[in-house]
Design a protein around this ligand. Structure first.
Ligand SMILES: [Zn+2]
Length: 219
């Protein structure tokens, strides 16, 4: 089973990927992490990735796909895996399918209202000193504006400012539209109400996955 999570920033798909891993043993594969690790390890592939990133280009589909291919060939991916942040383009989606044409695919599209995303992300504050993350709505620091761990002043990241969040949402929707249409026409797309709380979202995901796995006889 290949599980693909499509969702805007603040949709909580990372949390759901963790829950899927806990319940089904499918590892979470984030292409961002793969890229970082490869560059850090200084492999041939990592050097190429680094060159492209330094040149200010988006890393090419071929390189990202090679990384994904290497990762999903590992033993822990045999019964399934969850992709977070990939594919991002129709081309990537098609290449991925070619790579593993027999694997069943389930795609979840997290629909989250702009209002909810703003609520979740704009309350976020980070400590630049030690990296701790806080949230006004559910994870406040003990002293207003100060880090619990090191006492440094907390800041709102540039990325978490409302006008930047709105632009990130707009870009996301524009990018994702062709993918949604593609997976929807293949009848492997399931819409998820991302405004809901974590437990309920996972319940919906679990219901779909259980059904798919039973049909596939993989369970
Ligand atoms: Zn701190």
């Amino acid at each position: 089973m290949r599980v693909i999570l499509l969702g805007p920033p603040g949709s909580g798909k990372g949390t759901q990927a963790d829950l899927i891993r806990q319940n089904y043993g499918f590892p979470k594969i984030s292409t961002g992490d793969l890229l970082r690790k490869e560059v850090e390890a200084g492999t041939e592939l990592g050097k190429k990735v680094n060159q492209e990133m330094k040149a200010g280009q988006l890393v090419s589909d071929d390189l990202v796909l090679k990384l994904v291919e290497n990762r999903i060939s590992l033993a822990d991916c045999q019964s399934g895996y969850v992709l977070d942040g990939f594919p991002r383009t129709l081309n990537q989606a098609r290449l991925l399918e070619k790579l593993e044409s027999k694997r069943r695919e389930t795609v979840f599209e997290f629909r989250v209202s702009e209002q909810e995303i703003l609520r979740r992300l704009s309350g976020r504050m980070v400590c630049l000193q030690c990296g701790a993350v806080y949230n006004i709505s559910n994870n406040k620091p003990q002293n207003d504006g100060l880090c619990d761990f090191c006492g440094s002043k907390l800041v709102v990241r540039e990325d978490d400012r409302p006008e930047v969040i709105r632009e990130r949402i707009r870009l996301y929707l524009e990018t994702i539209a062709p993918l949604v249409e593609y997976y929807s026409s293949k009848k492997v797309l399931f819409e998820i109400n991302g405004d809901d709380v974590t437990e309920n979202i996972f319940k919906s995901i679990k219901a779909v996955l259980d059904r798919q796995l039973t049909q596939a006889g993989e369970h």
